[in-house]
Design a binder for this molecule. Structure first.
Ligand code: FAD
Ligand code: PYC
Length: 416
């Protein structure tokens, strides 16, 4: 450590955090912007960042009803992978994976992207056939993947219960080596800081309460801080997408469900990868701090409460005990829920709407964190050019009329 960094550390340690440079400004909203993003989660912030960086739009605002990253971005289990079955989805998520791989450098902010690999377990012969098919499809799309059998798995993950006597014996897994985790709030902060540096106004405590339109074109948004005019509005409000659509007079094919997660007390490093199982409904990784980060399947009812039910908690704990009996005496520290908006085909909507200048990016369900940079990148293109990029053309609202659905229930993970 250099002398400069030692002095700077010491100065900051005794400074009571005074005179720290703000990571982003806290501006008063202007009367008009060239583009507005509603929702200051990772996807909304990434959209604004890439619109400014890639398309030269600088007069942009992100309007967030609470605090940035306070929605699903700050509530998720941070699993990143791109091993989806169908070409359209694999290409979209792989674009995101490539952006993740350079993100800390691009944002000049450490988002702690850790490519520790992701295993999706198979528990039946049919699971293993599906895994084989998906891994083959992944490779054809340039997405890394391999099929691992139970003998090899028990060498790689010694604490995983691969006993043939368990309720759902583990027969093998797909493995994506480039998959892993990232630090969720750092992702929001990194995008916010970089977008702010390009002139984007990030306005917190600013709820969008209505949309103004004239002759089929968007004019602006009503907010808790007054009316703001803009010819382009992107709605990126995971969990509340149907509510916002309703305000605009639109209907989305979306259901909103609670999805829960948990962290344990910190323990010594014992799990250096990510393990997911659709059959027992649980997924687990260990954070750099040592906590076990555990996630559930969705609570089956619709709702907007960020909590979830006891049944799901019990079910998830049973799943983790079955996979990792060694964790039976680890205590859980915290539990919380987020609201995920799920589409009938377990794929997102990144689309223009019938209202000119109004765009929706939603329906990522239980799996949108991994897509944060890619989702922002394609929405930025779509809004800047008023035309979908080829990577998101298939994810338009039209598919629910044409029937060209992209059924990713198999790869969406435990939760759908
Ligand atoms: P959010 O971060 O939810 O941002 C939307 C924002 O819109 C919120 O901040 C909200 O306050 C704001 N908003 C809402 N209404 C208004 C309004 N009227 N005006 C202004 N602002 C408004 N995905 C993965 O890929 N891997 C995982 O491991 C994973 N695990 C998950 C675990 C849990 C428990 C949950 C809940 C989700 C998980 N997901 C996971 C899904 C992932 O979190 C989401 O798909 C993703 O974070 C959505 O990002 P976002 O930026 O669109 O949404
Ligand atoms: O989509 O990989 C995923 C995921 C993991 C946990 C929740 N979603």
């Amino acid at each position: 450590m250099s002398r400069y960094s030692i002095f700077s550390l010491a100065r900051n340690a005794i400074s009571h955090h005074e005179n720290w440079q703000r990571a982003w400004r806290s501006p008063t909203p202007k009367k008009r912007y060239d583009a507005i993003i509603v929702g200051g989660g990772g996807h909304g912030l990434a959209s604004a960042y890439y619109m400014a960086k890639e398309h030269g739009l600088r007069n942009i605002a992100v309007l967030e009803k609470g605090w940035i990253g306070g929605g699903n971005t700050g509530r998720n289990t941070t699993i990143v992978r791109s091993n989806y079955l169908w070409d359209e989805a694999a290409q979209l998520y792989e674009k995101s994976m490539k952006l993740w791989e350079g993100l800390s450098q691009d944002l000049n902010y450490n988002v702690m992207f850790s490519q520790r690999g992701v295993y999706n377990l198979g528990h039946t012969l049919q699971d293993m056939r599906d895994i084989q098919r998906r891994v083959n499809a992944n490779r054809l799309n340039g997405v890394d993947g391999e099929v691992v059998d139970a003998v090899e798995l028990s060498k790689r993950i010694p604490h995983l219960n691969c006993s043939p006597d368990s309720r759902y014996p583990v027969l093998g897994a797909s493995f994506q080596p480039r998959g892993g985790t990232a630090r969720h709030d750092a992702v929001a902060w990194g995008f916010a800081r970089a977008a702010d540096a390009l002139g984007v106004d990030i306005i917190q405590n600013c709820e969008v309460t209505g949309f103004r339109r004239e002759n089929g074109e968007i004019q602006g948004v009503e907010t808790s801080q007054g009316y703001i005019e803009s010819p382009k509005v992107g709605v990126v409000t995971a969990g509340s997408s149907s509510v916002l659509a309703d305000l605009a007079g639109l209907r989305l094919p979306i259901e909103s469900h609670p999805l829960q997660a948990f962290v344990s007390e910190p323990i010594k490093p014992v799990l250096d990868t990510v393990v997911m199982s659709n059959a027992v409904h649980g997924y687990i990784s260990q954070s750099d701090k040592g906590d076990l980060v555990v996630g559930a399947g969705i609570d089956s009812y619709n709702g907007y409460g960020q909590r979830g039910s006891f049944t799901t908690i019990e079910h998830t704990m049973a799943a983790i005990m079955e996979l990792f009996p060694i964790f039976s005496r680890v205590r859980m520290n915290r539990q919380w829920g987020g609201i995920v908006d799920t589409c009938p085909d377990a794929c997102p909507i990144i689309s223009k709407t019938d209202i000119k200048g109004l765009y929706f990016n939603c329906g990522w369900g239980t799996g949108g964190f991994k897509a944060t940079p890619g989702s922002g990148w394609v929405l930025a293109h779509t809004m800047a050019n008023d035309q979908a990029h080829q990577l998101n053309a298939a994810f338009s609202l039209d598919r629910f009329i044409s029937g060209a659905l992209i059924d990713e229930h198999g790869a969406a993970g435990v939760a759908h």
